[in-house]
Design a protein around this ligand. Sequence first.
Ligand SMILES: C[S@@+](CC[C@H](N)C(=O)[O-])C[C@H]1O[C@@H](n2cnc3c(N)ncnc32)[C@H](O)[C@@H]1O
Ligand code: SF4
Length: 455
Amino acid sequence: MLDFSKFIKYSKAGPRYTSYPTALEFSDSFSYDEYVQKLKAQDSSRPISLYFHLPFCKNACYFCGCNVVFTSKEDKMSRYLEYLKQELKILSNIVDTNREVIQMHFGGGTPTFFSAAQLDVIIKEIKSYFKNFSSEAEVSCEIDPRHINEDQMRVLAQNGFNRVSFGIQDFNEKVQEAVHRIQPYSITKEAMDLARAYNMHSVNVDLIYGLPYQSLETFKETLSLALSLNPDRFAVFNYAHVPWMKKTMRKIDETTLPLPDEKLRIMQETINFLTSNGYKMIGMDHFAKPEDELFKAIEKGELHRNFQGYTTKGGADLIGIGLTSIGEGEAHYAQNTKEMREYEEAIEQGRLPFERGVVLSDDDKIRKYVIMELMSNFKLDIKRFERLFGVDFKHYFEDAINELKPFEADGLLSMSDEAIECTPTGTLLIRNISMPFDAYMKKHIQNAKTFSKTV
Ligand SMILES: C[S@@+](CC[C@H](N)C(=O)[O-])C[C@H]1O[C@@H](n2cnc3c(N)ncnc32)[C@H](O)[C@@H]1O
Ligand code: SF4
């Protein structure tokens, strides 16, 4: 067993790099007109990936870091759907909707707080604009197992959804009580059976480590129970505790959170347990069966990282629709407003609810490539990088290479003229290993209240 105490020094605030530059660099210096121009100028031969944010939940899970609107009012939800339809209409006058759609994702909140009939309406509306869905498109929905019925699953399946993702987090009752999310195993099992009955091609489950009262022992039990559901994929997230940003997290007693060395032990055990049960580790926090597309993508070096985590679908322009959603083009990120009132006002004025974003400089593009390679594949092929960008790696990243030397000394990675490659233990600290390549990190390093802890 490794001595994890020597890695505690790496427990510091750092990004999860679902984007580079990170959302902290998004600003209104990327103007609305520029954004519209970027969308209009997109190459029609590039496929599209659509993300819809359906933000509603009825009760707060205290750990939740997602952009959620808590409500139990039906009219608020049906009102949102009407605005979403309008947003689609505005978008269809800007983006070439004949482009091929290779991916669509419903995220939240909890998309299945909408009824089967509402989900049917919104999906049909989307397809009335975007008619060119690839026969191979990945169409997925996030589901809270406590809020799914057969009618909803049928509507998803009939409309071409082929993947679902269930939130579990943890099966331990004490942990569930502490995070205000009571979810007995039987409920999750029923949801899983429903997904199988409707032939969902791939079923993912989300777990979180780092929650109150978790220990290596309790998490082992959660892992065994989750494995008994036989999911195609696991996402095992490191709890991102950012109470200065998310009020509900303040209800969590910080003295009950597992310490960094325990968290590293939990992650190490998760890797051992899932890999010895036939799953392959994908990137920082995903595991998939060898026959899953995610794993095949790794073998072909085609794994990508975006706001939804890891994906096989690179080379597509991501368009975000709905409150707070984020889009990503070849040289930009764009985010919709977080305020419902502003969202509605923009749409009433016939504008996209775009609020802020960033246009990537050449330096951003270079660093994005390096960081995403490390985050996805745990290694960087330096020769390939140099061919792609025509820059001398050693010269360009002299500072970063020096910053990585202590990691090399700690056995977390190896560096040569050809490649940077993480060791198995190094993969646990991949966020730290990526940070030296982040040009904006120095600006944020003094401010503890930016990112969650890496460990
Ligand atoms: C939108 S939710 C999933 C769908 C549904 N609302 C549910 O909870 O079952 C997305 C996932 O993000 C993860 N998540 C939420 N807050 C997090 C946090 N603070 N740190 C790490 N993961 C988090 C959870 O695993 C959750 O399942
Ligand atoms: S974890 Fe899921 S169900 Fe819980 S508050 Fe967040 S989005 Fe809603």
